[in-house]
Design a protein around this ligand. Structure first.
Ligand SMILES: *[C@@H]1O[C@H](CO)[C@@H](O)[C@H](O)[C@H]1NC(C)=O
Ligand SMILES: *[C@@H]1O[C@H](CO)[C@@H](O)[C@H](O)[C@H]1NC(C)=O
Length: 109
């Protein structure tokens, strides 16, 4: 067994999911860096009993100007906003539980 083959693809996915669960449970909002990660987080939301739109860690850096940063400090290198977003309606970002797309909304919603 070669060391780099210890984790199969599905185990890597599981590790990612567990990390996301921990981030969500620990109050650190998840950051998302690819379509694959976005679908994992979406799956996670769909896996709960009563799925709801979920806050993710994308934050408008300077007062709704559309310059987004991840609250965990990772590079802002992927976006999955829905067709009409971001519309600078707020500084926080929510994932739609039905299609996994994002919208920026007021943080207090
Ligand atoms: C979530 O996505 C669905 C399907 O695209 C859409 O009909 C619905 O309006 C969206 N909900 C919100 C809150 O954006
Ligand atoms: C995009 O998100 C906004 C805010 O939730 C919502 O009003 C709109 O209907 C969404 N558009 C689509 C195409 O889902």
């Amino acid at each position: 067994v070669r060391r780099q083959n210890i984790f199969s693809g599905s185990q890597v996915h599981l590790l990612f999911l567990l990390q996301s669960v921990c981030n969500i449970l620990g109050g650190n909002l998840v950051s998302i860096h690819s379509a694959l990660e976005n679908s994992f987080v979406h799956e996670l939301i769909l896996a709960i009993e009563d799925p709801v739109d979920a806050w993710i860690g994308l934050h408008d850096a300077i007062n709704q100007d559309g310059d987004f940063i991840w609250t965990d400090g990772t590079l802002e290198d992927f976006r999955a906003f829905n067709g009409t977003e971001p519309d600078t309606s707020g500084d926080c970002t929510q994932m739609n539980e039905s299609d996994g797309c994002w919208a920026d909304l007021a943080c207090t919603m």
